[in-house]
Design a protein around this ligand. Structure first.
Ligand code: 5GP
Length: 206
């Protein structure tokens, strides 16, 4: 199989991180791409596991060095996808999974039209606000900004390939697995010579 880029976006409070991490543990061979960010770690987030936490200055240096495949300012902080992780996985035929915002997803899709994009939504606006509130790691200001951004982000839903509503985490994860499985069976995503070596021998005789 050729490599696959699987991009997940959605508003804060959609439960993207939980869904993404559960999927990563449940689906063998998925490679989660660890982004870099200039924001400070929250709760028990760990450097090199959740993000590479770097300073604003280091982030800007990395932009100048062409380190990122894409980067964006989200909720007042900088976030970027390290190019080498993605390219390496792709060349080795792995499925990379990325949790990036809409700007990043649109940007990536321009560079890799074959990337598969899924938008994760909470079941209702009220539920989203409740989840954000419960997280309680954001300041009131940050919370307000995330809610404003969520309204804006909804306009981009139409540019995504798939919609997954996250009412129950395991169900959302099952849906994502089905999407990946279906994408894996698409002829254009397969290396046919590898998947069906005997077909070439037969058709060569025609
Ligand atoms: P959080 O601060 O809640 O972890 O993430 C905030 C937003 O940044 C989320 O929408 C997340 O998808 C996005 N994000 C995380 N990593 C990246 C990245 O590498 N690039 C872009 N464009 N967005 C990212």
């Amino acid at each position: 199989m050729k490599g696959m880029l699987f991009v997940l976006s959605g508003p804060s409070g959609a439960g993207k991180t939980t869904v993404c991490r559960t999927l990563q543990n449940d689906y063998p061979g998925l490679k989660y791409i660890i982004s870099a960010t200039s924001r400070k770690p929250r709760g028990n987030e760990k450097n090199g596991h959740d993000y590479f936490f770097i300073s604003n200055q280091e982030f800007k240096q990395k932009i100048a060095n062409g380190y990122f495949l894409e980067w964006a300012e989200v909720h007042g902080h900088l976030y970027g996808t390290p190019k080498n992780q993605v390219i390496e996985n792709y060349q080795q035929g792995h499925i990379s999974i990325m949790d990036i915002d809409i700007q990043g997803a649109m940007n990536l899709k321009k560079q890799f039209p074959q990337a598969i994009t899924a938008f994760i939504m909470p079941p209702t606006w009220e539920e989203m606000v409740k989840r954000l509130d419960k997280r309680a790691t954001e300041s009131q200001n940050d919370l307000q900004q995330r809610m404003e951004n969520a309204k804006h982000e909804l306009n981009y839903l139409k540019y995504y390939d798939y919609l997954v509503i996250n009412s129950v985490v395991n169900q959302a994860v099952e849906q994502l697995k089905s999407i990946i499985n279906a994408e894996k069976c698409k002829i254009k995503n397969l290396d046919l010579e590898e998947a069906l070596p005997w077909v070439k021998k037969i058709t060569a005789l025609e």
